[in-house]
Design a protein around this ligand. Structure first.
Ligand code: NAD
Ligand code: MG
Length: 347
């Protein structure tokens, strides 16, 4: 970490609210960077014991906020507005900083922060387990950072110091604003990473199985091997993927890829983006959450019940070596059981 940039948090107390995917990783990394961290959680919540077992002072959110110079809001997005109203706004010191890992609530005005505080964002471009395991290896996960409100005159320095503290400064920091981060993050997870990729896999699986091929073979072709391709993308882009697959696979890619994901798909991606930009998605999601998640639960169950999951469960039970390396090293580094499903979310 860069000692210069960390200076602006060196004398500060940081309250991390939430101890889930991001909260746990940030709290551990910040502490290992020598910073003063207190964790704020609901007393009856599931992560209280874990944060305590991992050596943190754990208090209720309002108490964590009261003494803090920087409050990192790392609870689920949908609980943040009430948390801000009840625990943060009445207790935050004048001149303190409020930090988010995603711009949703500020951008869509679910939280309208007090004008006497700094409002910043540090958004790691990876799940919490990776933020932790990369840090433990002396590396980091690239982060976006943004300043929404600079009351102290030091908002950017604080955001950069926080990003350094979680290891992002060892990798890459990219300046953005709340609007750009929010809209691109939502688009990425909906169109490509979570929504697009799982729909592509399900459709490919169904196509093979409905044509009479064995589900086990279909699973390997359209789901299991996707990781090998994505790893090549990650390391060297489409260029590296093309270098590592056969000429036959390349030719098939060229003539069939754009038939499957055609201009109609791109036009519908643009529809999805428009509904993110104009607030339709945010409004629908907030309404769905307030209604007790009826559609969310139904959609989720359909994903869990899909035949690719049934066959996948059986096959993965016979491939114990698939346990991700990141999880194993996170276990080694922290000597605790990893999160139940450390890679469950992109963010
Ligand atoms: P999570 O669901 O993994 O963890 C939530 C934590 O908040 C848990 O410890 C839970 O006990 C606690 N919590 C829930 N309600 C609470 C309340 N009312 N008061 C105090 N604590 C409460 O959340 P996450 O996925 O880490 O997301 C946190 C933030 O990080 C979100 O803004 C999200 O958009 C952002 N983000 C997540 C990822 C990711 O990979 N998961 C990536 C980038 C950004
Ligand atoms: Mg996200």
């Amino acid at each position: 970490m860069n000692p210069q940039a960390s200076h602006s948090l060196a004398q500060s107390r940081i309250a991390v609210l939430g101890y889930g995917s991001q909260g746990r990783a940030h709290a551990l990394n910040l502490r290992d960077s020598g910073l003063d961290v207190v964790v704020g959680l609901r007393r009856n919540g599931g992560s209280w014991q874990r944060a305590e077992d991992e050596g943190f002072a754990v208090v209720e959110p309002a108490d964590a906020v009261r003494d803090a110079d920087l409050v990192a809001v790392l609870t689920p997005d949908m609980v943040q507005p009430a948390l801000y109203r009840d625990a943060i706004e009445p207790n935050l010191k004048p001149g303190a900083a409020l930090l988010f890992a995603h711009g949703f609530n500020v951008h869509f005005k679910q939280i309208e922060p007090r004008s006497d505080i700094d409002v910043v964002m540090v958004a790691p471009k990876g799940p919490g387990a990776l933020v932790r395991s990369e840090y433990a290896r002396g590396r980091g996960v690239p982060c976006l950072f943004a300043v929404q409100q600079d009351a102290s005159g030091h908002a950017e320095a604080r955001a950069r110091a926080y990003a350094d503290g979680i290891g992002g400064g060892r990798a890459m920091l990219i300046r953005t604003d709340f609007k750009e981060e929010t809209e691109t993050d939502l688009f990425g997870e909906q169109a490509v990473l979570c929504g697009g990729a799982s729909a592509l896999v399900q459709a490919g699986f169904e196509t093979l199985v409905e044509a009479g091929y064995q589900p086990e073979i279909a699973y390997y072709e359209v789901l299991h091997e996707l990781k090998l391709i994505v790893d090549l993308f990650y390391e060297g882009g489409i260029t590296k993927m093309l270098e590592f697959v056969s000429e036959t696979a390349q030719y098939g890619d060229f003539v069939s890829g754009s038939r499957v994901v055609d201009a109609g798909v791109k036009a519908r991606m643009q529809d999805v983006l428009r509904e993110i930009q104009d607030g339709t998605f945010a409004r629908n999601w907030i309404t769905e959450y307030a209604a007790g998640l009826p559609n969310y639960k139904r959609f989720r169950q359909a994903d869990l019940d899909h035949p690719v999951e049934q066959v996948g469960k059986k096959l993965r039970a016979r491939m114990p070596w698939l346990q991700p390396a990141e999880t194993q090293s996170a276990v080694a580094a922290d000597t605790v059981t990893p999160l139940v499903t450390p890679f469950k979310r992109v963010g």
